[in-house]
Design a protein around this ligand. Structure first.
Ligand SMILES: Cc1ncc(COP(=O)(O)O)c(C=O)c1O
Length: 377
């Protein structure tokens, strides 16, 4: 059997990883400013994380959600505290798409409505409802197409107001990334997020904050939506939550009530996933990684803005987009193959920096230096 060929691959095999570095099978060292797609939150193979998972594996790796799993309760308590949402309830699942799928279903169960408002350039995942609210027709299969979703322009308050004025009582939920990741690091404005809150309150619609990529402390606050000073009804999270172990969460406001069998999953919240997620939160708290994300992120953004030939630097904390002109489209490849630095990208020509939250200023300087060489060239 061969692999189903859906990923365009770089010809690199990563064999070893530590902190913000990875090594290939020939011993070549790379700086990881991509964090394996915003997943590595506390650094690769963090010793506390490795130990917690190892210890757990020796006790019990998996048992189903038909029994009590105290680690889930510990995780919910810790997440409530670190995210500042102690009164919310946690549903555990396995991926970002699944978290959004459950959030959208839950909203529909809550208000018994079908219409979902999503935004242009949004990415929410590849499963049925998650892909239906994703603004990319190339990945929406005919079976996923639905009239239940409307895409409005991002940050367009007049368009949102008008949609609610005419259809407000049909809207089940509004789903929005605090900073669009795949869409190219586009920040939702504070006033737009506040308007979503006001309109959802007025029409009893559910405000879903997709924090799969922009959450988990990456921007310097736990959820990037927090900068607007409003609460969402549901937060979805995944990527950074397990530092690479597949685990995702749906944090749910108390007004949305649980009923037995309303949601469920076989693997969600298993013992190993909880151990991984607890280790991540313990390190985020202990090493004050949200503060580090804010400080190093601000430093990077300030210094990047001084470099030549960049059209725009966007983002917050350690979620940064560097918009380059078409003629500099080789820069990302050169960073990887000449300078040995992994970065992410977004179409058409945005370099995305999504490093671990404990990246140091010294490591940030390495990418700044490489970029200054490339941009002068
Ligand atoms: C904002 C956002 N939501 C959802 C997802 C889907 O997450 P997953 O790939 O874990 O299903 C992603 C993945 O990139 C994302 O960036």
């Amino acid at each position: 059997m061969k692999l189903f060929d859906v990923y365009p691959l770089n010809d690199i095999i990563v064999d070893k990883a530590e902190g913000s570095y990875v090594w290939d099978d020939k011993g070549q060292k790379y700086l990881d400013l991509y964090g394996g797609h915003a997943v590595i939150s506390i650094g690769h193979t963090h010793p506390h994380y490795v130990k917690r998972l190892e210890d757990q594996l020796h006790k019990v790796g998996f048992y189903s959600n038909s029994i009590k799993i105290p680690l889930q309760v510990q995780l919910a308590e810790k997440l409530g505290k670190v995210s500042g949402r102690e009164d919310y309830n946690l549903f555990l699942c396995n991926s970002g798409a699944e978290a959004n799928e459950n959030a959208l279903k839950l909203a529909s169960f809550y208000n018994n409505r079908k219409k979902i408002v999503a935004f242009k350039k949004a990415f929410h995942g590849r499963t049925s409802l998650a892909v239906a609210v994703t603004d990319n027709p190339n990945i929406v299969a005919p079976v996923n197409q639905t009239d239940n979703v409307v895409f409005l322009p991002f940050n367009d308050e007049a368009a949102l107001q008008e949609y609610f004025d005419t259809h407000g009582n049909e809207v089940s939920s509004v789903i929005i990334e605090g900073i669009q990741g795949v869409g190219g690091i586009n920040m939702a404005s504070d006033s737009f997020l506040k308007l979503i809150r006001t309109l959802c309150d007025k029409h009893d619609a559910v405000f879903i904050a997709d924090s799969v990529q922009c959450g988990y402390g990456r921007t310097g606050k736990f959820y990037s939506h927090d900068f607007a000073g409003v609460d969402a009804d549901i937060y979805t999270m995944a990527k950074g939550m397990g530092n690479g172990f597949p685990v995702a969460g749906v944090s749910i406001a108390p007004k949305l009530k649980a009923k037995h069998f309303m949601l469920g999953t076989t693997f969600g919240g298993n013992h190993l996933a909880c151990a991984a997620a607890l280790a991540v939160l313990e390190i985020i708290e202990q090493d004050k990684l949200m503060d580090n994300a804010a400080t190093v992120g601000e430093y990077l953004i300030t210094e990047l803005k001084k470099l030549p030939n960049i059209i725009e630097v966007r983002g917050r904390g350690l979620m940064i987009g560097i918009v380059l002109p078409e003629e500099l489209k080789e820069v990302k490849k050169n960073l990887l193959f000449k300078h040995k630095i992994f970065t992410g990208e977004a179409k058409p020509n945005v370099i995305r920096l999504l490093p671990a939250l404990n990246i140091t200023k010294v490591e940030a300087d390495i990418v700044l230096e490489a970029l200054s060489v490339e941009l002068k060239a």
